[in-house]
Design a protein around this ligand. Structure first.
Ligand SMILES: *[C@@H]1O[C@H](CO)[C@@H](O)[C@H](O)[C@H]1NC(C)=O
Length: 240
């Protein structure tokens, strides 16, 4: 082949790949015995619905166009008396939609990078900002891991110094030690600002014991990041 025809082939391959677009679907299922209000925050890519209601046993699908990165979580014990507020997972927008506002911790977060490095999706469950609801993430591809944080840490293992209570005294969230104490060893800041110096603590271990597949502190990457070939769809179940 001449240089010119090789170039043509390369160009054709590049252009075809750019034009091949595939969407991914997140199906959100509410297995909790109460209503939840899922919410999303888009980092990279076209925003998707930023908040909606999901009755117990209900499900909703969201289509996303990779490349996309962002976060999903759920709010509960919400009410609307002029202003929409939730006992947990609130984004303080005053409405059901979060419109670009993030979750107020403590909250269990699902993090995604779709069509990231190497043609892969990266996904994880993070308890770095604390915990509010158990959940699981199930890709629809063989060979991709289902990951979950299946335990209701609010009522199982959350130490009282981390517990967040609603107006009637029920535990509705479990703070991270970083949020509760704001100390460098818990926040992985200052002298603890690198993977080699920020280690698990007695508090992060409480989360890790209950949810081994979830991030329990900022540098918990080795056991907490998962990948799947881009093109997969994902079932997200709250209270799996
Ligand atoms: C964790 O360790 C700190 C510092 O040693 C101690 O003050 C705290 O009570 C411990 N908490 C738990 C839940 O073990």
């Amino acid at each position: 082949m001449t240089m010119r025809s090789i170039l043509l082939v390369v160009l054709t391959v590049v252009i075809c790949n750019v034009h091949r677009s595939y969407s991914a679907t997140f199906t959100l299922k509410n297995n909790c015995p109460f209503t939840i209000w899922p919410a999303t925050l888009t980092g990279v890519g076209a925003p998707i619905s930023t908040g909606f209601v999901l009755a117990s046993q209900g499900s909703t699908s969201l289509d996303v166009l990779p490349p996309w990165s962002g976060r999903l979580w759920a709010r509960f014990e919400c009410s609307n008396s002029g202003r929409f507020t939730c006992a947990n997972g609130d984004c303080n927008s005053g409405q059901i939609t979060c419109n670009g506002a993030g979750a107020i911790p403590p909250v269990t977060i699902i993090e995604y990078t779709l069509a990231g490095d190497g043609g892969k999706d990266f996904y994880d469950i993070s308890l770095v900002d604390g915990f509010n609801l158990p959940l699981s993430v199930t890709p629809d591809r063989a060979g991709c891991s289902t990951i979950s944080c299946p335990v209701d840490i609010n009522n199982r293992g959350c130490p009282s110094e981390l517990a967040v209570k609603d107006t009637i005294g029920g535990v509705v969230g479990c703070k991270s030690a970083c949020a509760a104490f704001n100390q460098p060893q818990y926040c992985c800041t200052g002298n603890f600002g690198s993977p080699s110096t920020c280690k698990p603590t007695n508090y992060s271990q409480i989360f890790k014991r209950q949810c081994p597949q979830a991030y329990s502190y900022a540098y918990d990457d080795a056991s907490s990041t998962f990948t799947c070939p881009t093109g997969a769809n994902y079932l997200i179940t709250f209270c799996p």
